[in-house]
Ligand binder design. Structure first.
Ligand code: LUZ
Ligand code: MOS
Length: 750
């Protein structure tokens, strides 16, 4: 055996405390990106940039020691362009300098000559040209072709839904430090520490154990850091690896807006067939997903679109097809809902059109077709609860829906230029990663001899409050004050092979792993307490408020003294545990299986008030009933619901991503890209919960909360449409989202 330390010492490569302190002053990096959406680089001259005083290095594809490839699902994304340019913002080179101002200046000195080609920006155009990320997928049930003949009403149409900027407060950032054996430690603002670790290893040509990724906490993510934190972390790591100095890379807000991927825009065709009484018999839908220039997570997102094609409705005959179309825009990526919203808005548009055709309110069709317990889904799973109907009924009662509609009708009779509208929006969202293997997590728990506790899981805290939930779970299991518990950073050396904190599963997966780990320690401690106290076999040992109880009676022993005793008795005070969601399977050839641990259901009523002279509108009220299970933290869950709701309203009614024909994002600052603020938020939001939520596979029967409430916001779009229809009864809307005042006016006066 070679003494590794001897080699490091001899070379002066061992890192001691003082060296680490020194390494906190990182170099600054800036990415030089393609200025065109499509073309070929014929010349790249880095000489002038390299010569600028203060520049340490300018790195490009040829400086990569391993593979120039960061595509995780499909290998179609180079870290740096090798000549072909596929989107405006595609990284070409990395400038590393003593400070960020110098790095920026140097970027301007890079000379690049490009043969520009026409950019394809539209997914349907890409589809016509056969530019697909992957072969199309179809989910189906029954036989739509045979069913059309039985339908009494058939409506067809098209829906175009726009993208959405994540606008996490903290822009993409990473910093990397060389470690002593030629490895790197990367501190990254990522939802997916293991993806960063794996990709850094791949690009640097290192084994994964030479790459440590640490994630302290994120200033927001919303899916924007599930896959798209990786490139920047890899670049920082490349710099640290090549230069043997710490390198930090943080995008400016404008770079972040311009160059990072967003929610996928979709263009979709629907055909819906019903009986006169509102029963839906058949539904066909084609989704054209604008994937951007490389796959990123597009295929998984498109798959979730297909899973949620029918939203909360049982439809006996369904055929849903998804096309992931390659265009020349920055790769679109995960965003809260992950393709689900894009599906739900289409079925809701189809129902709205059918209601208009039948001359009945849309909510009558909605109510008639809601899932019942045991209904089959197009992917072969069965709906396991009646909560879709229960939440709808509860909303009808508690939201006083009848009187809301009556009041709106009265208002609309009395007002000519201001109109109101209301819409109901049911939501059914499947909880689990649709890639079954990702549904696993692990936890590591240490109890220290003073009774304090450190917990490490794969969960990344991004403002969603998962650390609070984990703290409550551990404190509850041990029967101790939550202040004794510290949630450590998410680190790949403590938690290996982690799944991203995504798909709303953070608390479910990591909470369950954490409970198993805590249980292990707790049962050892209880066995010891029982022996120490000479308790009768079968006596019930518990800790409550830090006191050790035997059959509910105080024993004189407490958490701290018990922990000390355990240490001196040489009993392990640490535990590691793994959790894998039971019962999941999904066959991607037949598109059948129990893909989800459970579904979250709920329903919302949104009302809007429209100024028909100006086209402006606001959302007056939202009432919603949500199935949150047995909440681990009611305040956090409420915050998630409110935030998701407003983000959803922003997607359908405010946030407009506009590109020019050269693929340049026109709204690349916060003065032109509008996101919801408190004035946009509905004035009156009332949230209720199912009174008997039942069981779930979440820890302590809690349920995932992150994504499902986003889709209540879709109701806002249909509420505005309803108000428009009150002004112009023969309105035949083209379903284009977001609905902006300009679009409202055009529709009202055309
Ligand atoms: N991420 C992912 C997700 O990788 N798979 C999923 O199914 C998913 N669902 C929602 C949000 N992120
Ligand atoms: Mo996600 S859209 O990163 O849960």
């Amino acid at each position: 055996m070679i003494n590794r330390d001897a080699v490091l010492h001899l070379r002066g490569e061992s890192l001691f405390t003082d060296d680490l302190a020194l390494s906190q002053k990182p170099l600054a990096a800036r990415v030089f990106c393609s200025g065109v959406a499509h073309g070929t680089m014929t010349r790249l001259d880095l000489t002038a940039a390299r010569k600028l005083s203060g520049v340490v290095a300018v790195l490009s594809a040829s400086d990569i020691p391993g593979e120039n490839q960061i595509g995780g699902v499909i290998e179609d994304e180079p870290l740096f362009s090798e000549g072909e340019l596929h989107f405006l913002g595609q990284p070409v080179a990395l400038v590393i300098a003593e400070d960020i101002h110098t790095a920026r200046q140097a970027c301007n000195l890079i000379e690049m000559t490009v043969e520009e080609r026409t950019a394809i920006l539209d997914p349907r155009e890409a589809a016509d040209k056969g530019r697909f990320i992957a072969p199309p997928r179809t989910f189906s049930m029954g036989n739509t072709n045979a069913a059309w003949g039985e339908c009494e009403v058939i409506v067809e149409g098209r829906v175009d839904s726009g993208g959405q900027e994540h606008l996490y407060l903290e822009t993409q950032v990473a910093f990397a430090v060389p470690t002593e054996q030629g490895g790197v430690k990367v501190v990254s603002s990522t939802q997916a520490p293991t993806v960063v670790q794996r990709t850094v290893a791949r690009v640097l040509g290192l084994p994964m154990h030479q790459v440590e990724v640490d994630v302290p906490r994120l200033g927001g993510a919303f899916g924007g850091k599930e896959d798209q934190a990786t490139a920047w972390a890899v670049m920082a790591a490349l710099g640290a690896f090549r230069l043997h100095r710490p390198v930090k890379l943080q995008l400016s807000r404008q770079d972040d807006l311009r160059y990072t991927g967003k929610r996928h825009p979709y263009s979709s065709d629907f055909k819906l067939g019903l009986l006169r009484d509102g029963r839906i018999l058949a539904y066909e839908v084609d989704f054209y997903q604008n994937a951007g220039a490389s796959a990123d997570l597009s295929t998984a997102i498109l798959e979730r679109t297909l899973f949620h094609a029918t939203n909360s409705y049982f439809i006996p005959h369904v055929r849903a097809t998804g096309y992931s179309c390659r265009t020349n825009l920055p790769p679109f990526t995960a965003f809260r809902g992950f393709g689900g919203p894009q599906a739900m808005v289409v079925i809701e548009a189809a129902i709205t059109k059918a209601a208009s055709e039948l001359g009945i309110p849309a909510h009558r069709i909605q109510a008639k077709n809601l899932f019942r317990k045991g209904d089959s889904l197009p992917y072969g799973m069965q709906v396991r609860s009646g909560h879709a109907r229960t939440s709808w009924r509860t909303l009808q009662k508690e939201g006083e829906i009848k009187s809301v509609f009556k009041e709106i009708a009265r208002f609309n009779r009395e007002n000519q230029l201001v109109k109101k509208g209301a819409a109901l929006m049911p939501v059914t969202f499947g909880i689990s990663f649709t890639s079954t293997f990702l549904n696993q997590a692990n936890a590591l728990v240490h109890v220290y001899t003073d009774g304090s506790v450190g917990i490490s899981t794969a969960a990344v805290e991004m403002g969603q409050g998962v650390n609070g939930k984990l703290t409550r779970l551990a404190a509850g299991c041990f029967g101790i004050d939550p202040r004794r518990i510290k949630v450590e950073s998410t680190n790949t050396t403590r938690n290996a092979n982690t799944s991203p904190t995504a798909a709303s599963t953070g608390a479910d997966l990591n909470g369950n792993a954490l409970l198993t780990a805590c249980e292990g320690i707790r049962s050892r401690l209880m066995r010891l307490a029982s022996a120490e106290l000479g308790a009768a076999p079968g006596a019930r040992m518990t800790v409550e408020d830090e006191a050790v109880l035997c059959n509910g009676q105080r024993s004189g022993m407490n958490w701290e003294s018990l922990v000390k005793k355990a240490y001196f008795a040489r009993i392990s005070l640490s535990a590691q545990a793994h959790y894998a969601t039971p019962g999941l399977f999904f066959d991607r050839l037949t598109n059948q299986g129990d893909a989800f641990a459970y579904h979250v259901h709920g329903a919302a009523l949104v009302t809007a008030r429209l100024d028909c002279l100006r086209g402006t509108f606001d959302f007056e009220s939202v009432r919603l009933i949500h199935d949150r299970g047995h909440s681990l933290d009611p305040l956090i869950d409420r915050g998630q619901i409110e935030g998701a709701l407003v983000q959803g309203l922003g997607w359908v009614a405010l946030e407009d991503l506009v590109y020019n024909d050269k693929g340049r994002l026109l709204h690349d600052s916060l003065s032109t890209y509008k996101v919801p603020d408190i004035f946009f938020a509905p004035r009156d939001v009332r949230i209720g919960y199912l009174s008997r939520p039942g069981r779930s596979s979440g820890p302590l029967n809690s349920k995932a909360i992150g994504e499902p409430p986003f889709m209540y916001g879709i109701g806002g779009y249909f509420a505005v449409l309803a108000a428009m229809k009150a002004f112009k009864p023969d309105l035949n809307p083209d379903f284009i989202l977001p609905i902006s005042p300009e679009r409202v006016l055009k529709a009202l006066y055309s």
